[in-house]
Design a protein around this ligand. Structure first.
Ligand SMILES: NC(=O)c1ccc[n+]([C@@H]2O[C@H](COP(=O)([O-])OP(=O)(O)OC[C@H]3O[C@@H](n4cnc5c(N)ncnc54)[C@H](OP(=O)(O)O)[C@@H]3O)[C@@H](O)[C@H]2O)c1
Length: 252
């Protein structure tokens, strides 16, 4: 498979290595300095594009892929407020797109179990729930897209929760949730600490005990492998997909 890498930062470089290990070929690498090479003609030389750039550049990169007819795997976070417009553009132009706030297999298992747990905890309203996420200090968006997906899974299943609110703590600041007092909100506490690839914890807390459900990424390889698997999966498909369409978590 011929792959175009849109974004050649921390993730783009690991994706390149895993793709080559899986016998794929990288035919285009786009970074900030060579954006002029991101043309329809160059995109059409690839069987699939993998987009891990920045929240500010992902939308136009996706649009270019859709218009070029090149299937695209989108890992960049921070653009999901525009998801309906991208879906419409993709469907109107018979494009192929798969997106995820987190491509790791382990995190997608976590997302699934998070929903099952939330449905169960809906019966026990004396537990309140919050989400905690820790990432490296270069991360541009907060809360993480992964934490938002976790919060959405909780909101879908706990009747008293209607929205989420975020508190960001960087460096040595003490976390403060003084400004989040609305009990219909799921609080997402974001921490930024050097060299942390991504840790997410869901905490149910009552007067008598706490239940914690946690995922810790040891490195970025799991996200990158998931993105390459998604590229293999979408290559001959048309339509707008999320990573959950790739997995079957039903228990037989
Ligand atoms: N879905 C997942 O599984 C997953 C996992 C990890 C990360 N992510 C997300 O993926 C994105 C990238 O993460 P990262 O850690 O690789 O970030 P990064 O190291 O900052 O890399 C982003 C790269 O995109 C480049 N870039 C800037 N403008 C561009 C443009 N117009 N077209 C193409 N590339 C451009 C940047 O170049 P310059 O350095 O020159 O600015 C940089 O090299 C983030 O949104 C992150 O949250 C998703």
């Amino acid at each position: 498979m011929k792959i175009a890498l849109l974004g050649y930062g921390k993730m783009g470089k690991i994706i390149e290595k895993i793709a080559i290990d899986r016998k794929h070929e990288i035919v285009l690498k786009i970074d900030r300095e060579n954006q002029h090479e991101l043309t329809t003609e160059n995109l059409q030389k690839a069987d699939v594009a993998i987009e891990f750039s920045t929240p500010g550049t992902a939308l136009s990169n996706m649009e270019l892929c859709i218009m070029a007819g090149t299937p695209v795997v989108v890992g960049t976070t921070g653009w999901h407020g525009n998801i309906e417009a991208v879906k419409e553009l993709c469907e109107q132009n018979s494009g192929s797109l798969i997106h995820a706030t987190n491509f790791s297999v382990g995190v997608n298992i976590f997302f699934h179990v998070n929903k099952v747990l939330a449905k169960l905890m809906n019966n026990y309203p004396y537990y309140d729930v919050q989400v905690e996420e820790i990432h490296h200090t270069q991360k541009l968006d907060s809360p993480s897209g992964t934490a938002i997906t976790i919060a959405e899974g909780i909101i879908e299943n706990i009747d008293t929760k209607k929205s989420w609110a975020n508190v960001l703590t960087t460096g040595s600041d003490e976390a403060s949730n003084d400004n989040v007092e609305d009990s219909s909100e799921v609080l997402i506490e974001s921490f930024r600490i050097e060299n942390v690839p991504g840790t997410h914890t869901v905490i149910y807390d009552s007067e008598v005990d706490s239940i914690e459900f946690k995922h810790t990424a040891h490195n970025r390889n799991g996200f990158a492998l998931g993105a390459v698997l998604a590229a293999e999966w979408i290559q001959n498909k048309k339509g707008f997909y999320s990573v959950q369409d790739m997995f079957d978590f039903s228990i037989k």
